[in-house]
Design a protein around this ligand. Sequence first.
Ligand code: FES
Length: 101
Amino acid sequence: MRFDKHIFICTNQKAEGKPCCGEQRGMELVVKFREVLNKKGLKGKVRAQRSGCLDACDFGPSLVIYPDGTYYGHVTPDDVERIVDEHVINNRIVGDLELSW
Ligand code: FES
């Protein structure tokens, strides 16, 4: 497998008034994830990138981490370091942010 973990962060922007993650909020998360991953020496092992709609629009900003297939919602930049420490490094799901349908 190319990466240990692959984080897809929705940056989809819908029309005014429709629920969505939004380009600005999504890109803030992309930048923050890359900053934290670099700081923790995970560059090249874990990839964080923007994605299109993940069909979790009501819970945005949302993201999914593979290969686990775990979805997180209502994520803010302040949550990123905790997601990296808990989920990415220690394989522990961050329960209060996890989306489960
Ligand atoms: S707009 Fe982000 S999940 Fe649909």
